[in-house]
Write a protein that binds this ligand. Structure first.
Ligand SMILES: Cc1cc2nc3c(=O)[nH]c(=O)nc-3n(C[C@H](O)[C@H](O)[C@H](O)COP(=O)(O)O)c2cc1C
Length: 252
């Protein structure tokens, strides 16, 4: 079984992060279809170190939004130590609870490190996948699940946002959602109908970063190049979010 390249490419190319979602309900079975795709993600040693938690209850989402807002105020203090043009667009949004408090469904991805016993043992001694022990593979497995789910969302004409969870919120929400201590709530996939124009996609061209056979130093990025890339990426997203949230984009 295969789907044609053009169909897959269009899905991969046009999927976007929608950071403003409508509260309209989803057709029945939508969340299950998304999770069904998630469980087929590639994962090291087929350990499948994941569980999912679906949150739709308005009271739970409201509490989570309040927790997130309190944490976000702290993160904002840190982010504001950068010049405005380099700040992440999320920090330009109006004050208040995040829009996702009203989205129809959120899928939390929970990790279970014990499942990593299924994988090979030697990376624990040699290091692999960019670090020591099972950690790097574990996180990549969970990231792959999230990626699969976001693509599934896009395939249905819906919008999604990836919600990272820093450690203080992880601990708080594990208690709120009654998740056992030996598991780790990693990230949320927020789902709903988009409530903003499609944000412009920004990706570097292949010609800027693909090397054939040996590394081409003409393509090597200096630190200045990296900073310029951030500026280019930020300005496009900021304009889209500025329009959605009716705020003046930074630097305009
Ligand atoms: C590991 C990871 C963490 C992310 N965390 C967040 C997040 O907390 N909030 C958010 O709005 N987007 C988050 N994103 C989405 C990225 O910001 C987004 O994919 C990127 O800016 C490219 O935009 P696009 O998804 O519209 O193509 C995350 C993505 C990944 C892979």
């Amino acid at each position: 079984m295969s789907c044609d390249y053009e169909t897959f490419y269009e899905l991969a190319r046009t999927r976007r992060s929608y950071r403003k979602l409508k509260s309209d309900p989803l057709p029945e079975g939508t969340v299950e279809k998304i999770m069904e795709c998630g469980r087929w993600a590639m994962n090291g040693g087929n350990a499948q170190p994941w569980e999912f938690i679906v949150v739709t209850n308005p009271e739970t989402k409201l509490q989570m939004a309040k927790d997130w807002n309190a944490a976000f105020k702290e993160y904002k203090i840190i982010e504001e130590s950068r010049v405005p043009e380099l700040r992440h667009p999320v920090f330009s949004r109006p004050e208040g609870l995040p829009n996702w408090k009203d989205c129809p469904a959120m899928i939390g991805i929970i990790g279970d490190r014990r499942k990593m016993q299924t994988s090979v043992l030697h990376p624990g001694f040699y290091g692999s996948e960019g670090g020591d022990g099972i950690g790097p593979t574990f996180y990549k497995d969970l990231g792959n699940v999230a990626q699969m789910m976001h693509l599934a969302v896009a395939s249905m004409g819906l919008g999604s946002e990836w919600l990272s969870i820093e450690r203080p919120l992880q601990l708080k929400w594990q208690r709120l959602l009654n998740i056992p201590d030996d598991l780790e709530l990693q990230t949320f996939v927020l789902i709903g109908y988009p409530d903003m124009d499609t944000p412009p996609g920004f990706r570097r061209e292949l010609s800027q970063f693909v090397h054939y056979e040996t590394y081409n130093y003409d393509l090597y990025n200096t630190t200045e190049d990296v900073r310029d890339m951030i500026l280019e990426s930020r300005s496009a997203v900021r304009k889209a979010e500025g329009a959605a949230y009716k705020i003046k984009p930074v630097g305009e």
